[in-house]
Design a binder for this molecule. Sequence first.
Ligand code: AMP
Length: 319
Amino acid sequence: MLVVGSVALDTVETPFARKEEALGGAASYFSTAASLYNQVNLVAVVGSDFPREHLDFWRSRPVNLAGLQVQEGKTFRWVARYHMDMNARDTLDTQLGVYAGFHADIPEEYRRLPLLFLANIQPELQMEVLEQMPGACLTVLDTMELWIMTTRAQLTEVIKRVDILLMSEEEVRQYTGQASIVVGVRQLLTMGLKYVIVKQGSYGALLFGADGTYFSAPSYPLEEVIDPTGAGDAFAGGFLGYLSTVQPDLDGRYSIEDIKCAVVHGNIIGSFVCEDFSIGRLRTLTMDDIVTRYHALVDCSHFDPRWRNSMGMQSLAPR
Ligand code: AMP
């Protein structure tokens, strides 16, 4: 897998606690999550103020840092405050730092990688990377309100070129201007996407396919949310991380069942991230933990295709 996106220092306040300048950024969450499944190649930039310990942590994982530049200047910084309903937050400050004017030069050895994640960052930079990866068999795009509002035209060009778009419900409404998610997604699918995945925070995720597929992935009922930052990026890490362990067909395509399992892995990793600030919970997470939560989600979402009434057991008529 290859990922391009932000590596940041985040200051996050919830109604219960505050964390200053912790490791954040979409590509940080993605890389750490996806590295539980397979090797990740990170393309990003940090400033000369970026703490070494974070690089040392990634070196202890299958995260290739050959595409991570360290430039004179300030690391990307982001400040946000969550509401009591932690599905809602306000961004208080975004400082691009060394990302302003950053150009990615993808090493030759990376260009044949099959899975590409364009994590949240300027659409121009996402496009630059996409153009250097013509052989990628699956391209996934994420974005955020800032880019929808300030660089809509460039974002539109990127959307037209990728296979899968990840958006939160709110972002679908912001981008399409539609109150209905179903209508908004239908509009997005006319842009050439194969799938749109709508992230619903603590309520799970929805998968819509251009072929008419609709799948609702359950959420894990977390008792306590410490910090939901990065849940979307970790979702993408679980999604693509899982797909990287699956063999696509000869045309490089994944079956719909594989895509659905990948969405469930996304939900699971997203739920774990919320259990601590920053990437804290991902440091200790194991595949056994993932398997346990996978079973829990199968149990809580499985229901019998037959139903029972006073006349006894009824089988639904075949479709
Ligand atoms: P999420 O909670 O999944 O939406 O991701 C939040 C992460 O994205 C934080 O760690 C931020 O550092 C990073 N981030 C926030 N705003 C932006 C932005 N406009 N561009 C790139 N990364 C951002």
